[in-house]
Design a protein around this ligand. Sequence first.
Ligand SMILES: NC(=O)c1ccc[n+]([C@@H]2O[C@H](COP(=O)([O-])OP(=O)(O)OC[C@H]3O[C@@H](n4cnc5c(N)ncnc54)[C@H](OP(=O)(O)O)[C@@H]3O)[C@@H](O)[C@H]2O)c1
Length: 242
Amino acid sequence: MTDLQGKNVAITGGGTGIGAGIATALAAAGCRVLVGGRRQEPLDALAAAVEGDLQGHVLDVADRDSVKRFFEHAHQHLGEIDVLVNSAGVNIVNRSMATMEPDDWDRVLQINASGAYYCMQQVLPAMRRRRDGVVVNISSIAGKRAIALGGVVYCASKFAMTAMGTAVANEVREEGVRITNVYPGEVNTPILDNRPAPVSQEHKDSILQPEDIASLVVAICRLPPRAHVPEIVIKPTKQEWV
Ligand SMILES: NC(=O)c1ccc[n+]([C@@H]2O[C@H](COP(=O)([O-])OP(=O)(O)OC[C@H]3O[C@@H](n4cnc5c(N)ncnc54)[C@H](OP(=O)(O)O)[C@@H]3O)[C@@H](O)[C@H]2O)c1
């Protein structure tokens, strides 16, 4: 097993939800964690709540200059990144073709797909040079099946992330770098507050929780360098999978 003590980790969208759950678990495993998001406040709140080496830095994954500054900060304060988790993502309320606007299409693709590409592009050269590194893309079951719950542009953006992760994983597989696409079903996080129909507390309690995804990601990171998980679906037991 790989000892995670002292590993340098960058997590986009790490201030809340799944990213925060992964950040908390990896910090507990001894990693040095940098979390990024557009709002400073959730990053500060997480850094204050978590025991271990965790700091926040503002990041807009849709803005290439912001991405560059985030990874320069990572390099200065941590060193080269061993693990990148792409968890930044958004959805919109009006998700059907009839109700969404072209600006929604541009924004969601820019954050969910291009943002993950920009961040991966920052860390891969050093990972390839060192012949070591793990990238975890938090895609979605909407990145495997074009489900109505996700909506038109969210599904398109997650399919893009899925294809990018798979294509790049094949490109770097002989250089010791491993890329995993994780496809969660419903997880109880703030993103649910952006659904067209309100989600009940009872439903939120019955679906996956961020720590469930975090356990999976920690297990993936702990695998020995010879073992690669290209993709994995995790869903609430009660959620249908077809
Ligand atoms: N919850 C689910 O049911 C579910 C299921 C499958 C997949 N996912 C995926 O899981 C990932 C995490 O979502 P979540 O469920 O944990 O919801 P969340 O709590 O809303 O997390 C999304 C995070 O992304 C950050 N973010 C959004 N736009 C950003 C940008 N342009 N630059 C940097 N950070 C940005 C947000 O922080 P700021 O607003 O401060 O930037 C937020 O912390 C997303 O990619 C989502 O699509 C979620």
